[in-house]
Each structure stands twice: as C-alpha cells, then as structure tokens.
Write a protein that binds this ligand. Structure first.
Ligand code: IPE
Ligand code: IPE
Ligand code: MG
Length: 246
C-alpha cells in the first residue's frame, strides 16, 4: 500500500503511541471469546508497525498490558502472557530483518519468567537496529512509573532545588525517548487509562471507533493525515504559530 498523497512526508511525527483497545468487544460482536480478539489484534500490530516504518516514524509505543489489566480473569491474563511470548518468538526474525529495535516500558520484573526471557532476548538481539524503535508498554501504568521515579529520585538524594521537568523525565521509563506527538486510541473510548500521563502533556489525541483487531495500515495513515491538519500551539496564539511557519 502506497503512502497516501494527503500525507506530508516532511511532517511525520517522530513518536506515535497507541492504546490498542476493543479486542474483547470485537470478538464478542463476531461470536468469539475475548482471547480470539487478542489473537486477532496481532495483525493490527504488524500493520501499524509497517505503516509507521514506511512513513519514517522513529518510535512506536504500544500499550499492550496495563497494571490494572492484572485484575482481569486469570485465564485471560495467562492467554495474554502466552500470546506475548508466542508473538515475540514468531515475529522476532522479521522485526530484526526490518531494522526494528524492540524495547519495553513497565514493571517488566513482574512478568512471568518466559515473557521476561523472550522479551529480553528480543531486546538484546535488536539493540543495534535503527529503522524504528517498537516500545511495548507491559505491566505499565503511568502512576506506577511516576511513583517509581519519585522513589529513585529520593534514593539518589536529589535536592528540591534540583527538580525540574528535564530531571523528572530522566527518571521515567521513557528517558531518551521523545514525547509522542500523537496518541491514537481505538474502540471509541475517549480516555487515557493511566498511559503516559507525563509524556502526553502536549500530544495530539486521536480517537477512532474502529476496534483494534480491525485497525489497518489505512487507519494508521488516516490518523497521521488528521494529525498533520492540527495546529499545535503549545500555549501560544495561532498568529504566533503561523508567523513561525513562514
Ligand atoms: C485491549 O482490548 C487489549 C488489552 C487491554 C489487553 P480489551 O481486552 O480491553 O477489549 P475491550 O475493551 O474489553 O473490548
Ligand atoms: C487500556 O485498555 C490498556 C491497554 C490497552 C493495554 P483497557 O481496556 O484496560 O482500559 P479501560 O479499562 O477501558 O480504561
Ligand atoms: Mg478495553
């Protein structure tokens, strides 16, 4: 699929973050169980990554499992962990061949051993790739991340007068990763669900009714095109922005 002509290749965001939502509802609406929805979502991951890579997006962050998702039924949690392992095993050769660097944010230590091992293996194997970084948010929540950051700052003896935006950013899981310019959420829900609260401060938010298992390359491109039509003012006036662009 060619890049649509309504996308300006000069104005592609560096970092896109996605809340992949609606697997369960999609499966139910097709007469399947929730797990089938999760399995079907893998294709959407592949397509989004491909679209992002073709556009030259440098970081793609996917919210795959939240801290709160541990409270789901045991069978669903196990199926999701199993899917994670199988997907990494099944996709890692192609990811590596395509220059994808795998990374993860979240409470990785608390993932089951097999997940941790496959994930770490994938991260190590692809660490020198530079086409695009695929960041999986796993056992992640933003409040957890911020609490951890504060604990480490205190343990390091950081003084009150040393605290500023930049310092805090270096204590987050996303240190060295630019903030997402665009955050996409599928399935019609319009909330953040504890995702990148700090990093999304000035991101453009894009909500689509499409359930994640139906999200395709064309949908990713559509989100980018809409993003490019937005005016990002960062607190300034529209006139100031237009002047700067000239
Ligand atoms: C997103 O789909 C996947 C995860 C949260 C792991 P859901 O499983 O939340 O599907 P819905 O929102 O219940 O339809
Ligand atoms: C957010 O989706 C988490 C992930 C996509 C991994 P949820 O389905 O868990 O969010 P809520 O509960 O609808 O807010
Ligand atoms: Mg959901």
């Amino acid at each position: 699929m060619a890049i649509p002509s309504n996308i300006n290749p000069e104005k592609v965001p560096q970092h896109v973050a996605i809340i992949m939502d609606g697997n369960g509802r999609w499966a139910k609406s097709h007469g399947h169980d929730r797990i089938y929805g999760h399995l079907s979502g893998v294709r959407s991951v592949r397509e989004s990554l491909e679209a992002a890579r073709e556009l030259g997006v440098k970081y793609l962050t996917l919210y795959a499992f939240s801290t709160e998702n541990w409270n789901r039924p045991k069978e669903e949690v196990e199926a999701l962990m199993d899917l994670l392992v199988k997907t990494i095993v099944g996709e890692i050769d192609e990811l590596d061949a395509n220059g994808v660097r795998l990374d993860a944010i979240g409470d990785i230590e608390h993932l089951p051993e097999s997940c941790k091992n496959e994930l770490q293996g994938g991260i190590d194997r692809t660490k020198d790739n530079s086409e695009i970084t695929l960041i999986l948010a796993l056992s992640y929540s933003s409040r957890w991340e911020i609490v951890e950051a504060i604990k480490r700052m205190m343990a390091d003896g950081v003084k009150a007068e040393e605290v500023n935006d930049n310092l805090i950013a270096t204590y987050l899981c996303t240190k060295n990763i630019p903030d997402p310019e665009l955050m996409i959420r599928t399935s019609g829900e319009q909330r953040i669900s504890n995702f990148l609260l700090w990093q999304l401060a000035y991101s453009e938010l894009y909500f689509t009714e499409t359930y994640w298992p139906e999200f395709r390359k064309a949908d990713f491109f559509e989100a980018i095109a809409e993003f490019q039509g937005r005016e990002r003012r960062f607190g300034k006036t529209s006139e100031q922005i237009i002047l700067k662009d000239k």
